[in-house]
Design a protein around this ligand. Structure first.
Ligand code: ADP
Ligand code: ZN
Length: 230
């Protein structure tokens, strides 16, 4: 399906995990600006160092830089058969620029409580092999919070601290540490959440609550997309 989607939601809401599964079902590509910047941050040039610093502090990369790398990524031919944008746009100016380049068919908006996000982000473990997408989570959140039943099982590696896919060691992202998590959630509230109002009445908008395991969330997203008849 040549569908063009945005997945919008706070850090730790599982955007990367759901998109990874959606791209298999929908035969589209995932464009994650976070992944592109993490890669850039390993470079020893001036820009690489700057990006690494901003990410480490949980700050957003300036729109000008983001838009340049996004344009470059979008100009690659694999985006022609559909895509899901994960982590972009993240500011209103980014959204306005995006509107000039492509038409978006639907927005998938993940809703989650900060309490859950903090617990999930702290428990995230990533494969240290840059060419592997191994991603795990050791938090088991199964309880009732303010009248809502949460069933968020962990996604454990088979062997502790090691990636199932490639056997490399797992690590914790430097921006997944407690003090940085708090500022990332604040940045989301201030700079990214306004996109919800920006998009809600403009583009088909799918609200999904993060209170179920990824496979159920993905199923729900797929059925909502089908309903839209894109
Ligand atoms: P998360 O959604 O868990 O915060 P991402 O991998 O999407 O993680 O982003 C990690 C970091 O990369 C952000 O905190 C920010 O520094 C940078 N980043 C990614 N995408 C953007 C964007 N569209 N605009 C500005 N900064 C970005
Ligand atoms: Zn791996």
């Amino acid at each position: 399906m040549e569908v063009q989607l945005i997945i919008l939601g706070p850090p730790g809401s599982g955007k990367g995990t759901y998109s990874m599964r959606l791209i298999n079902d929908l035969k589209i590509v995932k464009i994650s600006t976070g992944d592109i910047f993490r890669d850039m941050a390993t470079r020893s040039d001036e820009l690489g160092k700057q990006v690494a610093g901003m990410m480490k502090r949980g700050e957003l990369i300036p729109d000008e830089i983001v838009l340049k790398i996004f344009d470059e990524r979008m100009s690659q031919p694999d985006t022609k058969n559909g895509f899901i944008l994960d982590g972009f746009p993240r500011t209103v100016p980014q959204a306005k620029e995006l509107e000039k380049i492509v038409k978006i068919d639907a927005i998938i908006h993940i809703i989650a409580k900060n309490e859950i996000l903090i617990e999930k982000i702290s428990a995230r473990r990533i494969c240290s092999n840059a060419s592997c997408d191994g991603n795990y989570n050791i938090a088991d959140i199964s309880r009732n919070i303010d009248g809502t039943e949460y069933i968020l099982p962990p996604l454990m590696p088979k062997k502790e601290g090691m990636c199932d896919k490639c056997g490399n060691t797992l690590y914790q992202r430097s921006d997944d540490k407690p003090d940085v998590i708090a500022s990332r959630l604040e940045v989301y509230e201030k700079q990214t959440k306004p996109l919800v109002d920006h998009y809600r009445d403009k583009i088909p908008f799918i609200d999904i609550h993060m209170n179920r395991p990824p496979e159920q969330i993905v199923e729900k997203i797929l059925s909502e997309i089908k309903k839209l008849g894109i």
